[in-house]
Design a binder for this molecule. Structure first.
Ligand SMILES: [Zn+2]
Length: 121
């Protein structure tokens, strides 16, 4: 739920940055043309283009960060899955790592289980 909010906020930021970049270009061209001098026009258009480039760069940086955070999330989910490879002890019901050969609570061993099953059946 919180992740969704963050994602929506980032998408909103990207849109705002793009719109601001376009507005910066349009404004600089309009103001530049209205100065009616070549250098004035050049100055305003260059300034507007610089602002637009910065805004678009920020937009790309946010996009990249979003991508990186998505990758990190996937990685952490993957790591969690690896770490939470648990199995339940058939004797006492205690959950322990699958890599353990015996239960850390009651010391029940996997080998004993098959033997008990054989005896029980
Ligand atoms: Zn146990």
């Amino acid at each position: 739920m919180m992740d969704d909010d963050v994602l929506e906020g980032e998408v909103f930021m990207n849109t705002v940055l793009r719109i601001m970049g376009i507005i910066a270009i349009i404004t600089s061209i309009v103001v530049g043309v209205s100065t009616k001098s070549f250098f004035g026009c050049l100055f305003w258009v260059t300034g507007g283009a610089c602002i637009a480039v910065i805004l678009f760069a920020l937009d790309i940086i946010i996009d990249n960060q979003k991508h990186i955070s998505e990758l990190l999330q996937q990685q952490s989910v993957h790591t969690k899955k690896l770490r939470t490879a648990y199995k339940t002890c058939p004797k006492c019901g205690y959950e322990h790592e699958e890599t353990r050969k015996s239960c850390p609570k009651c010391g029940h061993r996997e080998r004993n289980l098959t033997m008990e099953n054989k005896l029980g059946s």
